[in-house]
Design a protein around this ligand. Structure first.
Ligand SMILES: [Zn+2]
Length: 103
């Protein structure tokens, strides 16, 4: 029997989206104190998004590493280059490349 997929109520998703936004703001604030705390906030934000089946917007997707889920800060722990109409993000801690097309 096929699995039943039902849409979650709109209200709950709205709250979840607000919480994800808040998590990324907190990650940004805590970066100077301890980068491990901001990594934890990224983890929490990702978990909320997965639980409520919310797609993270591209602006937030660029802020953490897809491989090690670390909070990325250009020139601190990540390098950004432009190549063939794409933004290339290079994570300095796990040496993983991420490519984002430029629109
Ligand atoms: Zn990484």
């Amino acid at each position: 029997m096929p699995k039943k997929y039902y849409k979650k109520p709109h209200k709950i998703q709205k709250i979840a989206k607000e919480r994800i936004k808040l998590m990324f703001e907190l990650a940004k604030d805590n970066l100077r104190k301890d980068s491990r705390i901001s990594d934890k906030y990224v983890k929490m934000a990702r978990r909320i998004a997965m639980k409520h089946k919310i797609r993270l917007p591209s602006s937030l997707k660029k802020r953490f590493c897809k491989n090690c889920h670390k909070y990325l800060v250009p020139s601190v722990n990540c390098r950004i280059r432009i190549h063939k109409h794409r933004l290339i993000y290079y994570c300095l801690s796990c040496k993983h490349y991420m490519r984002h097309p430029i629109k």
